[in-house]
Ligand binder design. Structure first.
Ligand code: URA
Length: 243
């Protein structure tokens, strides 16, 4: 499938199946049901008609973006970031079903653990996922954590030192900035994504994270995106994340 919109023409069945609207063989049924509209097509619309993706409507709505999509999702606690339902309810259960059928696959950009809420990105663009998750690129992730016990006062210095070791790891953590909002409420900026990193950082200083929410990734914040909802990022927003 072409990776950008424009004047590229593509078979309707290939287009719709790649975006997860239906399988290739189900395209004719969708057409018969009158659910697909392609402005400017002369004659009968068929599954193998070549169309410009820009004009196509399904159920009156423009199509989702072609490959190169980035989705921002406000993950509630209690959902896992895998496709396998064996681990419980997944973030894909809260997204349109067609998103799970896209090809290339829409994957989460890193993970939030089951009990963590907040900003999660999903993308089908391997290079984007790599850039956002690779420690080399040091993308800042901002978390808000509610702690079981009041801060003791030494945490900020240790976190920012670049010398903090987590149990079982060979390399110290990169410096992390911490800001106390209340004695049991903090904001923390980290540039890595080690396993359960924030929870383990506080466990290492004898505390316990009761609630954890990611509120920003680089310049992108949750803003007023309701919990459990998603929105598709514009090309400009994607470029800003990558810059
Ligand atoms: N740190 C954690 O402990 N959990 C997350 O989900 C993300 C960062």
């Amino acid at each position: 499938m072409p990776s950008t919109r424009g004047d590229q023409f593509i078979r309707l069945d290939k287009l719709l199946s790649g975006l997860g609207y239906c399988s290739r063989s189900e395209t004719s049924k969708l057409i018969k049901q009158g659910r697909v509209a392609v402005p400017g097509v002369i004659g009968k619309l068929k599954a193998d008609t070549k169309v410009n993706p820009d004009g196509v409507l399904v159920d009156g709505e423009p199509l989702d973006p072609l490959p190169g999509i980035v989705v921002a999702f406000n993950k509630p606690a209690g959902y896992v970031c895998t496709t396998s339902a064996a681990e419980g309810q997944t973030v894909y259960d809260l997204l349109p079903e067609r998103f799970s059928r896209r090809n290339p696959r829409l994957a989460t950009v890193g993970r939030l653990d089951k009990d963590t809420s907040g900003l999660l990105l999903l993308s089908d663009d391997g290079a984007f996922v790599h850039k956002m998750t690779s420690p080399k690129h040091a993308i800042e992730k901002l978390y808000r954590a509610t702690l079981e016990k009041p801060l003791e006062g030494h945490e900020e210095k240790l976190f920012v030192s670049g010398e903090m070791m987590l149990e079982g790891e060979a390399k110290p953590l990169r410096p992390a900035r911490m800001r106390a909002i209340e004695e049991r409420l903090v904001e923390l900026v980290i540039t890595e994504g080690r396993y359960h990193q924030v929870r383990r950082m506080f466990a290492a200083v004898g505390n316990h994270v009761l609630q954890l929410q990611r509120i920003a990734i680089g310049p992108l914040t949750l803003e007023d995106l309701p919990q459990g909802s998603h929105r598709i990022l514009s090309k400009a927003e994607i470029a800003t994340l990558l810059s």
